[in-house]
Design a protein around this ligand. Structure first.
Ligand code: ASP
Length: 325
């Protein structure tokens, strides 16, 4: 029997001590601790890694602090288009949805695609109709509105560019509109990876994408091997960052491939992808990764990444900045 372990992330970027007030920081730590503890409870009760990552990501989607579900960012048309993916390491079963606008929890729709269809990825209104037929709750698009994200979008709309989430200058409640927006500095997305007591791995990722993204743009998060990957033989990974770079490098799959074909450790493989492969194509962000022995690697090439993990019955460990990694 393995000691179950779960790790989660809530996005990476220029998250510096000056960009968050003490109150905001405390709010993030609390949310991360509560959500990882909920995942641990699933695992400690004998639940599967798949159940634990689904539940953790569902809670991250419901939390307005993170760019997924309620709290998602706005597209260039002032709407929300959500992407999510889940993968089971035991049999490589996977399910994903992209460009959905009316599903309260896209991760539950991804799970339905995995378990109730013969496909891996469904998109747009047809994905929503499929999910609704399988009991996934639909909401009015207004449900995804939050004032912080709306203000963030109002500041960049009209500019011919998209902006990654968690921008220090745009996201901080304390510093709204204080500085110009640097499109390279902040990312958002949520994810979870877990090892259950039966030795199974699973991964899940969900996102609102990037602020002011072109309508119809799909990033790495719902793409198997790019933003999400799980295989009991190697690793479970969930990514956050500049999605196009993670897609072009098949970043999450590459971590597993390095372990399988080059004999690299989890840490070596994760570090190589995050600090060498991704920067070569301008990729910024990070991953959370876990292997079948319960080892964890949480590398990121940005100033910070909202992250947390919990082993067995031990208290959750949460971190935001690089120095407390
Ligand atoms: N990777 C996500 C995307 O490109 C964004 C992020 O993680 O911030 O859609």
């Amino acid at each position: 029997m393995s000691t179950p372990v779960i790790a989660i992330h809530g996005g990476a970027g220029t998250i510096t001590r000056v960009s968050l007030t003490a109150e905001e920081e405390a709010r993030y730590h609390l949310a991360l601790a509560e959500i990882v503890a909920a995942g641990q409870a699933v695992l400690n009760a004998g639940g599967s890694a798949l159940e634990a990552v689904t539940e953790a990501v569902r809670l991250l989607e419901d939390c307005p602090l993170f760019n997924a579900g309620h709290g998602a960012v706005y597209t260039s048309e002032g709407k929300h288009e959500l992407d999510a993916c889940v993968m089971n390491g035991a049999d490589l079963a996977s399910g994903a949805v992209a460009c959905v606008t009316q599903l309260r929890n896209p991760i539950l729709a991804a799970r339905a695609v995995m378990e109730k269809s013969e496909h891996v990825l469904l998109v747009g209104p047809a994905a929503e109709a499929f999910a609704a037929r399988h009991g996934v709750v639909t909401v009015s698009p207004d449900y995804f509105h939050t004032e912080v994200r709306h203000q963030q979008w109002l500041r960049v709309r009209g500019q011919a560019r998209a902006m990654l989430d968690h921008d220090a200058s745009s996201f901080s409640f304390a510093q709204q509109a204080a500085e110009p927006i640097d499109p390279d500095h902040k990312f958002g997305t949520v994810g979870a990876v877990a090892l259950d007591q039966f030795g199974n791995l699973a991964a899940a990722t969900s996102t609102g994408g990037i602020t002011n993204k072109q309508a119809g743009r799909v990033g790495d998060s719902p793409i198997i091997g790019a933003g999400c990957y799980a295989n009991n033989a190697t690793v479970a990974v969930s990514a956050t960052g500049t999605g196009e770079a993670f897609m072009r490098t098949a970043a999450c799959y590459d971590i597993g491939a390095r372990m399988a074909y080059a004999g690299q450790s989890l840490q070596e493989a994760s570090d190589a992808v995050v600090f060498e492969t991704l920067p070569k194509v301008g990729g910024r962000g990070g991953v959370i990764a876990i292997d079948a022995h319960g080892n964890l690697a949480l590398p990121f090439n940005t100033e910070g990444m909202y992250r947390a993990y919990g082993r067995g019955e031990l208290a959750p460990v949460t971190a935001i900045y690089a120095e407390s990694a």
